[in-house]
Design a protein around this ligand. Structure first.
Ligand code: WQD
Length: 343
């Protein structure tokens, strides 16, 4: 029997590449489309080295409807789509809102329209816990209200969720919205990982670059929040665990197990860690000291959020497995590889 083919948009990106590995290891065949705006084609080599199989790769911008259509025509065996392709820098989205609305909304519209035109009816969408804003109750469950977005980036995630819900209500499209908490770490082989452009905005890449001596010190954005140590709390989810959630979501949809046309799941560990706790965990896991200073709060930061991932466990059979120590060690191993630091 030939393998089921999954189309992965944004498949050379950080989460996309780990998901392609997980798909291939689970027996699926993957077709990646990516415009390489924030990744390189070498990622495909890394995936091939890990899995022993080379995914199909098409350099396609999802905003180009004809090019997306051509991919569905070239691979008639596609059974489901995992849609990652999107711009994701929160700060940049405030500077360039139209770029974000165009990229993130037009990509989704093109992908879904071509799915329906080719009778591909299952989609897994890359959403974010950012839709909850600061939840009133923690840990946050999927039925917590979606709050007005704090950035155009966050708003595109909310609008994409609505587009998918409305479409699923109108036709045979079915899907899963995965709301990620804070994805961190790298594949344990260090063949693939996160590759931030310029100064990292996210905490873990900034820490690993500080450990590598690329940055002088970490700025901890605020220690006067209403949390036990005053720094913000997040739910840091290992990217390999997160990748596995996509495979389980695909199996759930293709297995016809879903009861709702567009279901939603939190993908987090269920445990909150403060910025200062994360810095300590990194130091303990790697033995590398991170110089840091406390600075003012960063505009738009949520004080504290962590997941109740119970629904993903009960319905998808998914739960996070990796420890934060192993996760941070994997991030450090990747940083060392990228910087040519001896392992
Ligand atoms: C985590 C914590 C910072 C850097 C963002 C997006 C979200 C998602 C992931 C996208 C916060 C603190 C950070 C630093 C620090 N989406 N921090 N010093 O803000 O939770 O989520 O990225 O792809 O939509 O909003 O993640 O890693 O930026 O910050 O003290 O140099 O670390 O204040 O408390 P965040 P983050």
């Amino acid at each position: 029997m030939s393998k089921s083919i999954i189309l992965v948009t944004g498949g050379t990106g950080y989460i996309g590449s780990h998901t392609v590995v997980a798909l291939q290891q689970a027996g699926f065949e993957a077709v990646i489309i990516d415009n390489l705006s924030n990744s390189t084609a070498e990622v495909v080599d890394g995936i091939a080295r890990i899995t022993g199989a080379r995914p199909h790769f098409e350099r396609v911008d999802c905003c180009d409807r004809h090019a997306v259509a051509a991919v569905f025509e070239k691979y008639p065996g596609i059974t489901a789509v995992i849609h990652f392709a999107a711009s994701k820098a929160v700060g940049e989205s405030v500077e360039k809102p139209l770029l974000y609305y165009r990229n993130n909304l037009v990509s989704l519209l093109n992908v879904v329209e071509e799915m329906l035109a080719h009778a591909v009816l299952s989609i897994v969408f890359s959403s974010s816990c950012t839709v909850y804003g600061q939840p009133a109750a923690l840990p946050v469950t999927e039925d917590a209200p979606v709050q007005p977005a704090l950035s155009p980036y966050g708003n595109t995630k909310q609008i994409c969720e609505e587009i998918l819900r409305d479409t699923a209500a109108s036709c045979a499209l079915q899907g899963v919205l995965l709301r990620y908490f804070n994805p961190v770490g790298a594949h344990p082989s260090a063949e693939i990982g996160e590759w931030p452009v310029g100064v990292p905005q996210n905490l873990v890449p900034f820490i690993t670059q500080t450990a590598a001596g690329v940055r002088k010190e970490l700025s901890v954005f605020g220690n006067d929040y209403h949390t036990p140590d005053g720094s913000c709390i997040r739910d840091y989810i290992n990217v390999v665990d997160l990748a596995r959630a996509h495979v389980q979501a695909v199996n759930y949809l293709l297995g016809g197990k879903n009861k709702t046309a567009m279901d939603v799941f939190n993908i987090g560990t269920g445990k909150g860690l403060s910025v200062l706790e994360l810095v300590s965990a990194f130091q303990e896991a790697t033995g590398v000291k991170i110089p840091y200073k406390i600075t003012g709060r960063r505009a738009g930061d949520i004080e504290q959020v962590w997941a109740n991932p119970g629904k993903a466990h009960a319905v998808l059979g998914w739960h996070a497995q990796e420890s934060i120590e192993d996760t941070l060690r994997s991030a450090w191993k990747w940083e060392k590889k990228v910087r040519g630091i001896e392992q």
